[in-house]
Write a protein that binds this ligand. Structure first.
Ligand SMILES: [Zn+2]
Length: 388
């Protein structure tokens, strides 16, 4: 076999070439690092030692000494905004924009950052102006996303609908669930102004946009009930079960109320018992328990509470069971039961909360849009027992 001797010569050559290449890199790095002010390394050192305040001061010095460090300007600006130091973030980005000779791409980026600073500072008019200007630029996707956020915060729902539709075209991400909420918000305003026809029309648009809009059916029922049309209201509310059985927790009291208005509470209880068998949940149980106590008496209610306690042991159910037992108790037992009940009731009431699945925010009230993280439909419609 003929071995190609020249390969043996080639190895040291590659080695030398590699070494030279490495030296060139090292040399370049050394030159660059000499060009950087000392404060840059001090800043890095503070960062590594988890002293962000001192790091920021050091980096600010670099920015003063070396105004060409554009990326460092952006990094510091974004950092200030994240830390809530919005004055500093705004100054940083305004200074960048005042600069002559800034490349177009960086100017647009600085505008986008400044818009976000204004938005976080609650200066919605200024943010809207900045993002409005960016609509005709390559930054239009970012601009529309933030404009939509601004319109939602301003509760300008018609503008929010238009912006969301444009954004859908930009990103091909469906926003129909959000748009349906915007129509529901418009319907709420109509109803508050005493215009139920306009409200009903907006709810129809919500359902046309998103057939799964639980809120539109729930609000349609509220409108019908307010107009005394309880049969229609019950039909609207019962549609919710076909969309999301969990949301029936928000509906059951309303349905029972309308059956009561129609003088057909027994029919309502029958329906509720069947619903509870299909989708047992604490909130549905609670409504059923009250209705059964009202129509069938304490013994039937005790029986129901025992079954629920076996299915799902919880303080709230125990509270119900004690309540039902208290009604039937002998005078001698009554006192102790009363103490037990008041202890359990105080605790279970304090602990029942709706919760955002996205950020964990807890509230006594149900929200369609989380007040903490701003997401739509992130609240679990069933309350949970948990730490306060
Ligand atoms: Zn949230």
């Amino acid at each position: 076999m003929e071995f190609e001797i020249w390969w043996l010569l080639a190895f040291p050559l590659f080695f030398v070439l590699g070494w030279l290449a490495a030296r060139v890199d090292i040399k370049q790095v050394m030159t660059e690092s000499r060009a950087l002010p000392n404060s840059y390394f001090r800043g890095l050192n503070f960062l590594l030692n988890e002293q962000p305040d001192k790091a920021i001061e050091a980096f600010l010095e670099v920015v003063k000494l070396e105004p060409e460090t554009i990326d460092l300007h952006f990094a510091l600006g974004a950092l200030f905004r994240r830390r809530g130091e919005l004055d500093r973030a705004i100054r940083m980005h305004e200074n960048l924009l005042e600069r002559e000779g800034l490349a177009e791409e960086q100017r647009l980026r600085a505008q986008g950052e400044l818009g976000q600073d204004y938005l976080k500072a609650g200066l919605l008019d200024r943010a809207e102006e900045v993002f409005g200007k960016l609509l005709q630029t390559p930054q239009h996707g970012l601009a529309r996303t933030y404009l939509l956020e601004i319109y939602v915060q301003e509760k300008d729902w018609q503008k929010a609908i238009d912006a969301a539709r444009e954004l859908e075209k930009d990103t091909s991400k469906p926003l129909n669930a959000d748009i349906a909420h915007f129509y529901c918000e418009l319907a709420l305003l109509d109803a508050a102004k005493g215009n139920p026809d306009a409200a009903a029309a907006h709810l129809q648009l919500a359902l046309a946009t998103n057939r799964q809009s639980v809120r539109a059916n729930l609000m349609s029922g509220d409108l019908d009930a307010a107009a005394g049309q309880h049969e229609a209201a019950i039909a609207d509310w019962r549609l919710v079960e076909t969309q999301s059985s969990a949301h029936m927790a928000l509906v059951v009291e309303r349905v029972l109320g309308s059956y009561r208005q129609l003088g057909r509470i027994d029919e309502g209880v029958l329906w509720l018992r069947a619903l509870y068998a299909r989708h047992p949940s604490q909130d549905v149980f609670s409504a059923l328990y009250l209705a059964v106590s009202e129509t069938e008496g304490a013994i039937a209610a005790t029986q129901l509470a025992r079954e629920e306690l076996r299915r799902n042991p919880s303080l709230r159910t125990l509270d119900r069971l004690l309540e039902a037992q208290l009604i039937n108790a002998e005078p001698g037992e009554r006192e102790l039961l009363q103490v037990e009940k008041s202890l359990v009731a105080a605790h279970s009431q304090r602990m029942m909360r709706y919760q955002c699945d996205s950020c964990g925010f807890k509230a006594k009230q149900f929200f369609w849009r989380c007040p903490a993280c701003g997401r739509w439909d992130s609240f679990d419609p069933e309350r949970r027992e948990g730490e306060v």
